[in-house]
Design a protein around this ligand. Structure first.
Ligand code: GLC
Ligand code: CA
Length: 539
């Protein structure tokens, strides 16, 4: 197994508008991020991933880019950005940017030119249809939109303000490569590649099989030329730098993942979604009761299939997912379920990704009123869903699943607006901020934050927890989690109780050859308490 910095280090994801506001306009910004670098470093994360900060009309909070070369003024200036990079590198840390190239904003000048007519030289930068096809948008509804000036429809897999780029056009690929060089030359250390497995579409954009789950998807998921495009980026850009890439891949199996990541041929790792289906049927709005065994099975499958051939990313949270303790844990066991989930996930083989606030046990805001939500996807799904399920039922789904659950401001203290801003925050703060905040976590030696620090420190100091092989025990047990990480002469065992009932393991495991190194309870008996988890080392 090749040793690499991005396998050994831990990533901390920042959602810029919700992290820290330095000028009190209610929106997080670059100077705010800079003021918190010590905090991130002390946590034990070395790589920072920034969600998009580029110029954008913010229809999808920056995942709709109007200019790839400009910083949105609400976050600061290019000089602020350069400062931030210098500060990050000065600490020996790394910076990863979001790369959003499946689509641009409709306000990007390429698109503004493209809609002037079929003869415009930018027209071919996007994907056009003379008649609409049956593809569905990932945000709900149809995926094409009429433009009268061209008498054609353009494809948008996301909102209609996010037209899809035509990657078959070599000029588009040249533009993207040029832009990647620009950021890499500024010192950026890598990219989180947004919906990267959707870039290539079947030529002609033909109708897909009708399906309740995204009609048309067989024509754009891992499409016909995807590997050609990524190889080109790798050969002509990424290989020329010490550059890290993680590709977000929708509906991916481990077998498909290997076509991208085996021996790091195109990407270093992917974000997959199979463990995110533990509480839904493929699409997050089709709810089912969460069962730990589904999560266990999905994660172990990825461990076993990728082990030795590629590298996993390890995540429970990001700006698109509800908070993990509300979803897979239990808010009534905030400390124990947060530390259980962290230990269970981050001791597996792969690179840990922490999303801002996860390290202090932030939970879903679950706002009761639709007006409190800002997210374009949430609003769109509500409009479509209320006709089928009615208002009450849709609000229940939104409270559990809306992306805004993760996007509320970072809770720094018990001051007004959680110390995020003294202005009016762009989205309301979770009302639990008086209890759940960084300051309180810092003061309490037994807090989630302190536990995270110990956990990351332990991983950093033991290669077996990074590169060691993964062997699961009791794979079929619904609540007992148990796996080993083995390497050379070092061997760890992770043992935990994925439930709120006590679990007796006296007859199951012989603990005599093991020493306890970390646990989220003070005493350890043969009875595992609710969400108890322990890390053992073999003597
Ligand atoms: C990715 C992003 C998400 C965004 C979508 C469209 O899934 O993580 O936030 O809405 O792509 O760019
Ligand atoms: Ca601000």
């Amino acid at each position: 197994m090749d040793k690499r910095w991005y396998k050994e280090q831990v990533v901390y994801q920042i959602y810029p508008q919700s992290f820290c506001d330095s000028n009190q306009d209610g929106i997080g910004d670059l100077k705010g991020i800079q003021s918190k670098l010590d905090y991130i470093q002390n946590l034990g994360a070395q790589i920072i991933w920034l969600s998009p900060i580029y110029l954008s009309p913010l229809d999808d909070n920056g995942y709709d880019i109007a200019d790839y070369y400009q910083i949105h003024p609400r976050y600061g200036t290019m000089a602020d950005f350069d400062d931030l990079v210098r500060e990050i590198h000065g600490r020996g840390m790394k910076l990863v940017m979001d790369l959003v190239v499946n689509h641009t904003s409709d306000e990007h000048h390429w698109f503004q030119e493209a809609i002037k007519g079929k003869d415009n030289s930018y027209h071919d930068y996007y994907l056009w249809l003379d008649k609409p096809n049956n593809w569905m948008s990932l945000f709900g509804g149809k995926a094409c939109e009429y433009v009268a000036s061209c008498d054609q429809y353009y494809l948008h897999l996301f909102s209609k303000k996010q037209p899809d780029l035509n990657w078959e056009n070599p000029k588009v690929r040249e533009e993207i490569k040029k832009m990647l060089h620009f950021w890499l030359n500024k010192g950026v250390d890598g990219f989180r590649c947004d919906v990267i497995n959707l870039l290539s579409k079947t030529p002609g954009l033909p109708n897909g099989k009708a399906s309740p789950i995204l009609s048309g998807r067989e024509h754009y998921m891992n499409g016909p030329h995807i590997h050609r495009y990524l190889e080109e980026l790798k050969m002509e850009v990424w290989n020329q730098y010490d550059c890290f890439t993680v590709g977000e891949c929708v509906f991916l199996t481990p077998e498909q993942a290997l076509t991208y990541i085996e021996d790091e041929k195109e990407l270093n790792m992917v974000f997959q979604f199979q463990h995110m289906d533990a509480d839904c049927y493929f699409v997050k709005w089709f709810l089912r009761k969460f069962r730990p065994i589904r999560l266990k099975k999905a994660l172990s499958r990825w461990q076993e299939k990728i082990n030795g051939r590629g590298w996993n990313s390890l995540y429970f949270e990001n700006h698109d997912q509800p908070r993990s303790i509300s979803r897979f844990g239990n808010e009534n066991y905030r400390f124990h379920s947060a530390t259980f989930l962290a230990t269970y996930l981050f001791c597996q083989q792969g690179t840990p990704f922490i999303y801002q606030g996860q390290e202090i046990g932030m939970s879903n805001a679950a706002f009761p009123d639709l007006e409190q939500y800002q997210d374009v996807e949430t609003k769109r799904i509500y409009q479509i869903g209320k006709k089928i399920f009615g208002h009450k039922n849709m609000m229940k789904r939104i409270q559990l699943k809306s992306r805004d659950n993760a996007r509320t401001p970072m809770q720094w203290s018990d001051k007004e607006h959680a110390g995020f801003t003294t202005g009016t925050p762009w989205i309301e703060v979770n009302p639990n901020y008086k209890e759940v905040n960084v300051e309180k976590n810092e003061e309490d030696q037994d807090s989630i934050l302190h536990y995270y620090r110990k956990l990351l420190e332990l991983r950093k100091n033991h290669e077996a927890l990074i590169y060691g092989s993964f062997q699961e025990k009791f794979a079929k047990d619904h609540h007992l989690v148990c796996y080993e990480r083995n390497m050379d002469h070092e061997s760890f065992m992770i043992l935990g109780n994925f439930s709120e009932k006590c679990l007796d393991m006296e007859k199951k495991i012989d603990l005599t050859p093991f020493d306890l190194v970390l646990s989220n309870y003070k005493t350890s008996t043969t009875l595992l308490k609710p969400y108890e988890i322990r890390i053992y080392i073999k003597r």
